[in-house]
Design a protein around this ligand. Sequence first.
Ligand code: UDP
Length: 398
Amino acid sequence: MVTGKEINVKDFDVVVVGSGFSGAIFARELAEKHNKKVLVVEKRLHIAGNMYDEYNEHNILVQKYGPHFFNTDKAWIIEYLRQYCELVPHAVSGKSVIDGNYVQLPYNFQTIQDLYDLKAAEKLYSKLRNEFKGEERVSIFSLLSCDDEDIKSFAEDLYQKAFKPYTMKQWDLTTEQIDRSVLNRVKFALNFDKRYLNKDFQFLPKYGFTKLFENLLNHRNIEIKCNCDALNHISIQDNIALFDNEIIDCIVYTGPIDELFNREFGILPYRSLEFTFENIKTSTHVLPADFVSFPQDYSFTRKTEYRRFNYERKGQIYSTVVAEHPMEYNPDSNKGNIPYYPTIASGNLETLRKYQEKAETIKKLMLVGRLAEYKYFNMDLIIENAFNKLDIYTKKFI
Ligand code: UDP
């Protein structure tokens, strides 16, 4: 239940900071399986973190903090989510604009045809099939390191026109500076598979993500306090984490790790985004796919058409398209003040290690999730990670 009352932490066993996936799962599991009284404190005016969605003035369910969709190979995650929401199958589709033309995303055999003539494309298919026998998707770096001159030259073209400029726009770093795992998220498909991701399970919650979070957090042992910045309440004394100067079982913190420790070892950079929304009156689609990536031109990286994700309500006259403008995260600015992505690069991982070592020494504290662990988790891995951390929690605190 969301409370407007003053809170007294003495009424609770656990405080969970943040109501995104990690926080919501922790709260629910501790409340339900371990009968713990849980207080969830949320800085924003609403729950669900960056997964939050709401209907706009045109009756379109809009994900306010950028596009999200479930994709996983793990059946148990889907089963788990089905307890809290109805899921609709939806394999996300993409296009990319290269040299002013739409090409297939995921980059695949169709992309080769979109970029070159058919004869040249067909020659490349057999070379690629031969080179990567038995593989479905490979990284751009695997393509670049091929000995074959034709494959290499295609890979170089794609790298220069798509990966390099997109990465610079998204991270303000070169492809050499950002960790390779980031670019490896977007694989080249060695076939005509149009699904952006080749995962077994791809779904959207029919009634939106906020509903899912409401259901997750709807438990008699959970109270939610919105508009409450936990950093004004947490202190550390004698290596124990306190909330309003009280010792409780544990504080489960899901915010940025460096901010918890007043950035004493320096800033850990996170990447932020600003979103611009456009409403276009149309009976058809605005974009040629669910989303379009713009590696080369403009200040935005991606556009997504939300009406394509709306399964509950139909017949909307307008279509809403969101554009994502990357920028540096700065908690004190009026722009870019929400952290979305940890910037995985070697210098930052050094700084992270110092914060992690410090966190290890503090009792009654657990750090969980994308911001607190500084990991570029996908949604399914966030859920899996929350359960792994719950195992650790129960061994340590229960
Ligand atoms: N990327 C790219 N070209 C694209 C899409 C992605 O070079 O058209 C690279 C870029 O470095 C980006 C990374 O792949 O930051 C991860 O992209 P993904 O779509 O996984 O980002 P997310 O959906 O998490 O925002």
